[in-house]
Ligand binder design. Structure first.
Ligand SMILES: *[C@@H]1O[C@H](CO)[C@@H](O)[C@H](O)[C@H]1NC(C)=O
Ligand SMILES: *[C@@H]1O[C@H](CO)[C@@H](O)[C@H](O)[C@H]1NC(C)=O
Ligand SMILES: *[C@@H]1O[C@H](CO)[C@@H](O)[C@H](O)[C@H]1NC(C)=O
Ligand SMILES: *[C@@H]1O[C@H](CO)[C@@H](O)[C@H](O)[C@H]1NC(C)=O
Ligand SMILES: *[C@@H]1O[C@H](CO)[C@@H](O)[C@H](O)[C@H]1NC(C)=O
Ligand SMILES: *[C@@H]1O[C@H](CO)[C@@H](O)[C@H](O)[C@H]1NC(C)=O
Ligand SMILES: *[C@@H]1O[C@H](CO)[C@@H](O)[C@H](O)[C@H]1NC(C)=O
Ligand SMILES: *[C@@H]1O[C@H](CO)[C@@H](O)[C@H](O)[C@H]1NC(C)=O
Ligand SMILES: *[C@@H]1O[C@H](CO)[C@@H](O)[C@H](O)[C@H]1NC(C)=O
Length: 880
């Protein structure tokens, strides 16, 4: 099309040029005729540059040279004339002018007058204007551009130029619906009056600028903060720097935000729902720009500040210090502090730094307790966080006391044992401990102190607890005693350490100090185990076994003690050496003297003998019946009942030896001596001489005799008879006698004493009593008895005495009132002499004793008397 247009324009130009060449020549005149100037072109008012043909006519002659004047000035041929053909002048008009012509005669040389004037008014061709119909000269590819070429005349044809080059486009409107880079350029137009070959000049030009790049808005936002917090304000700016007249469209997360079409999108108080990706587009006309880059708006809640305790404890004591920090990840935040939800203000004990990130509660007092929290602020942006977690500060009212405890309750403890003390403060935490022993610091700061005890560790322990070097408390004190492990005391229960086979041995091991010891036993260095032969007592405190000579005759026993639950082991005890005999010993029963026949009053001594070892206890058996004795069984004065078979046995503890051999003895009654008064009853009142005779009763043996007056032997030669005279016995004493011989029995039993003085006195008294008091009442009875018994002299005496005794005894039994005679006799007997104190119990007893066979008591007296005097008694002693 453009091509067609261009070609058209060229063609038109050619056509106009061809027309110009048609010229009309003038004819010659003679007389100076009046030239007639005529316009031969069709247009009275040509456009400049249009060819105009002027015709100057002089008489119709052609002899004339035509001279042309323009504005009264001759036109030299060279300048204006396009062509001159006789009378026709073709000129190209430029400006309006007044033309005349005249002729000069070619031959005659005359000239005519000037012709009429012909004024040719020249019009300029109209100049078109290019008008942009669309809004913008600066456009983007694909935008539509429309221009029109406007001119005030009609019938002209249009011609468009781009960058001075004809576009061969003849329409008055130039429309480019979608521009591309090639459309960039300077647009102009011309108008052509084709019929006359007149073309206008070029119009104004319209520069169409086509941006090489696409329109892309710049998007920025008023804040550079990565994160925004609800309530903050923000403004997005969207701008396309190229071109103008934009409208804007805003998008959030790809969705158009309705009603937002200014280059600024502003939110005064954002919320979470405003978060997302923002971009914008610009629009003008139907043209939409590219999307801008995307900017995201991140709306998040303010960070919850982290409240941290900087000092180690939340539970504290007065005067301590608590420090807390409050923080968020971003250092631009500042903080405020709250206690029990009330905002805190600074004071001397509540201080914080400029940003408020660290709170110091110094020198705690009681009312500092409470819940502490903080808030974070971005002051410049007016943002504040929610409250942090709370930290509860507890303030103790009283200072605690550390408790010192010991893992083992034992006291004392032994060298080598381990003891652990622990020091503990029950409230709060973070305590540091300091240990003391007897006021000396122990290098240990832990909660517990373990000591491998030595003697030097004995003492008093305590600890101090502190924290932050501020608070110091002292614990209770514990005294720890340490002693050497005692050596156990080994003691044999047996008195003898030389023992016999199968003899029970019992040893005990003991530590006096403390309790809970257990003991182990060693024999010749080897530990002893309990078995059927060896019994180990509770905790091993004793061991008992039957000795056994099979290994060693000497056996060394030791023991050790230990506290099992404490691993305390003592050293060995001292040693007990046991000597074990090969065999059990014989028990021998020894008798001294060795006679098997004895008489009453003989002494015999048995001895039970074990001639090995000692510590024996003896058991005695007579006829198989046991009786208790020591090693001797002495019979100092044998009796008939001592007859029997004797054995003994030895034992110590429960170890019993075989019985001894039997020893048999027989004890016979010792013969009795008696004193016979040979002096007759009738001679009582006439003589002072008494003849006594000694006799061993019922004995077939031959005897020699010894006599005793008041227990003292009298008479050098042993004689059968003894005569008492007032000369040799003025006091009339007691007389006894005894049989002696060289063979066994070597002596008889001593006779009962014969009291010479009493006899005489009693006879006198009895005679008077019988005569005066009882004569009438019991004469017959007495007489009967008296005469019956009195036939032999010796026999006569005794019954009389007996009767007297019996009678008096009876009388005493029957009547309580005492006869004056009895009193007399009693007094007399009492007054008889100091020598017989033993007989002073009473007349009756005294009498009966003297008249009866001598009692054992008396015999004892006799023996002792005999011993004192020597003589016959000595021989008796020897015998026994
Ligand atoms: C954002 O863009 C606007 C318009 O182009 C400009 O005036 C402003 O200075 C820009 N702001 C920033 C922070 O770049
Ligand atoms: C936009 O997208 C982001 C991320 O996908 C999302 O978090 C946000 O809630 C969205 N905003 C809206 C208004 O839907
Ligand atoms: C241990 O604590 C007590 C008070 O509880 C104090 O008097 C004593 O001085 C402390 N000992 C040391 C060495 O600090
Ligand atoms: C027992 O001890 C004594 C001395 O103390 C020693 O001579 C003897 O050999 C020991 N006996 C054994 C069986 O070891
Ligand atoms: C055991 O005895 C030895 C030497 O007799 C001694 O050196 C040691 O200290 C003792 N041990 C104990 C625990 O008494
Ligand atoms: C004990 O007596 C028996 C028999 O009489 C005798 O064989 C033995 O040798 C005696 N033992 C001693 C130790 O005397
Ligand atoms: C013990 O007596 C027996 C015999 O009676 C005798 O053989 C032995 O040697 C005596 N032993 C001692 C230690 O006297
Ligand atoms: C027994 O008699 C013996 C020997 O006659 C004597 O040595 C011993 O002491 C007497 N024992 C007692 C208990 O009288
Ligand atoms: C009595 O004594 C005499 C002289 O001492 C003596 O010869 C005689 O053997 C004795 N008679 C008796 C029975 O002992």
């Amino acid at each position: 099309m453009w091509l067609v247009t261009v070609l058209g324009v060229i063609y038109l130009s050619a056509a106009v040029a061809a027309q110009d060449s048609n010229t009309v020549l003038p004819t010659a005149v003679f007389e100076p005729p009046q030239p007639n100037l005529q316009l031969q072109s069709p247009f009275s008012e040509p456009y400049s540059t249009e060819k105009v043909v002027l015709k100057c006519t002089i008489d119709g002659s052609s002899d004339w040279n035509i001279k042309w004047n323009r504005n009264h000035l001759e036109i030299s041929g060279s300048d204006l004339f396009l062509s001159e053909e006789g009378s026709k002048l073709t000129i190209t008009t430029e400006t309006s002018a007044v033309y005349t012509c005249r002729g000069e005669h070619k031959i005659k040389g005359i000239s005519t007058k000037d012709s009429n004037t012909l004024e040719i008014k020249v019009k300029d061709p109209p100049i078109p204007t290019v008008k942009l119909l669309t809004n913008w000269k600066d456009v983007f590819e694909s935008e539509r551009v429309e221009m029109s070429c406007e001119v005030g005349v009609s019938d002209w044809t249009f011609s468009w130029y781009k960058d001075g080059v004809p576009m061969n486009y003849e329409m008055p409107k130039l429309s480019i619906p979608s521009v591309t880079q090639i459309n960039k350029g300077k647009y102009q137009c011309k108008v052509l009056l084709k019929s006359r070959g007149v073309s206008s000049g070029l119009s104004n030009s319209v520069d169409i600028n086509i941006y090489a790049e696409k329109a892309k808005p710049n998007l920025n936002k008023s804040t550079t903060f990565e994160k925004m917090y609800p309530g903050e304000s923000i403004q997005f700016n969207c701008e396309v720097t190229l071109a103008t007249d934009w409208n804007y469209i805003w998008y959030l997360n790809g969705t158009e935000i309705p009603g937002a079409n200014s280059p600024i999108y502003k939110m005064d108080s954002i919320s979470h729902s405003n978060g997302g990706q923002y971009f914008c587009k610009a629009k003008r006309g139907q043209y939409f720009s590219e999307e801008s880059d995307k900017l995201s708006l991140q709306v998040s809640d303010p960070p919850k500040p982290r409240l941290k305790l900087l000092t180690p404890w939340l539970d504290v004591f007065e005067k301590e210090k608590v420090e807390m920090s409050c923080g968020v990840n971003d250092p631009t935040w500042t903080f405020t502090w709250y206690k029990d939800d009330q905002k805190l203000t600074k004071s001397t004990s509540l201080i914080w730094d400029e940003k408020g990130s660290k709170l110091t509660i110094g020198s705690i007092v009681r009312n500092h307790h409470g819940s502490y929290a903080c808030k974070a602020h971005l002051t410049l942006r007016g943002v504040r966080s929610e409250l942090s977690i709370k930290l509860y500060v507890k303030v103790y009212e009283s200072l605690p006391k550390p408790q010192l405890a010991k893992n083992l309750a034992f006291d004392p403890m032994y060298v080598g044992e381990h003891v652990s003390f622990s020091c503990k403060v029950s409230v709060s935490s973070g305590w540091k401990y300091k240990w003391y022993k007897d006021s000396n610091v122990i290098a240990n700061s832990g909660e517990s102190l373990t000591i491998n005890l030595g003697l030097q560790d004995k003492g008093e322990y305590w600890c101090n607890a502190s924290r932050d070097d501020i608070l110091i408390f002292q614990s209770n004190k514990i005294h720890q005693d340490v002693t050497e492990i005692p050596v156990p005391l080994l003691k044999p229960r047996n008195k003898q350490l030389d023992v016999f086979p199968k003899e029970m041995v019992e040893l005990s091991c003991k530590i006096l100090l403390g309790s809970g010891w257990t003991y182990t036993w060693y024999k010749d260095g080897k530990m002893i185990q309990a078995n059927k032969d060896v019994v180990i007592g509770t905790n091993g405190a004793t061991i008992s076994f039957r000795s056994d000579p099979s290994h060693h005759k000497t056996q060394n026993y030791t023991c050790k003690a230990e506290l099992k639950d404490r691993s305390v082991h003592s050293n060995f005890s001292s040693k007990v050496t046991l000597m074990v005999y090969d065999a059990t010993p014989n028990v021998t029963l020894l008798q001294s003297p060795e006679y098997s026949l004895m008489h009453t009053g003989d002494s015999v001594s048995f001895r039970c003998d074990v001639n090995i070892s000692s510590g024996w206890k003896f058991l005695w058996f007579k006829d198989g019946d046991k009786f208790e004795k020591d090693d001797h069984h002495n019979i100092s004065s044998a009796q008939v009942k001592d007859t029997g078979i004797y054995t003994c046995q030895a034992e110590r503890d429960s170890f019993r030896l075989q019985k001894s051999q039997n020893m048999q003895i027989e004890v016979k009654e010792r013969p009795q001596a008696e004193v016979i008064l040979l002096t007759g009853w009738a001679e009582v009142f006439s003589t002072d001489t008494l003849v006594l005779m000694c006799k061993v009763k019922e004995s077939e043996d031959k005897w020699n005799y010894t006599w005793f007056r008041e227990k003292i032997a009298v008479g050098e030669v042993p004689t059968e008879k003894y005569t008492v005279t007032p000369q040799n016995d003025p006091d009339q004493s007691h007389y006894t006698c005894k049989g002696i011989r060289t063979e066994r029995p070597t002596y008889s039993v001593e006779s009962s004493p014969f009291k010479t003085k009493n006899l005489l006195l009693k006879r006198r008294i009895l005679l008077s009593v019988s005569g005066c008091l009882f004569f009438g009442i019991i004469l017959a009875f007495l007489g009967c008895i008296y005469f019956k018994i009195r036939k032999p002299v010796v026999a006569e005496e005794r019954p009389e005495e007996n009767e007297l005794f019996l009678t008096m005894k009876k009388q005493l039994e029957h009547t309580e009132n005492s006869c004056p005679l009895v009193e007399y006799i009693t007094d007399a007997a009492l007054n008889e002499g100091p020598k017989k104190e033993n007989d002073d119990i009473g007349l009756i007893r005294s009498d009966s004793t003297e008249l009866m066979v001598t009692t054992q008591e008396d015999q004892a007296v006799m023996v002792s008397t005999g011993t004192e005097n020597g003589g016959a008694m000595i021989s008796f002693q020897k015998m026994s």
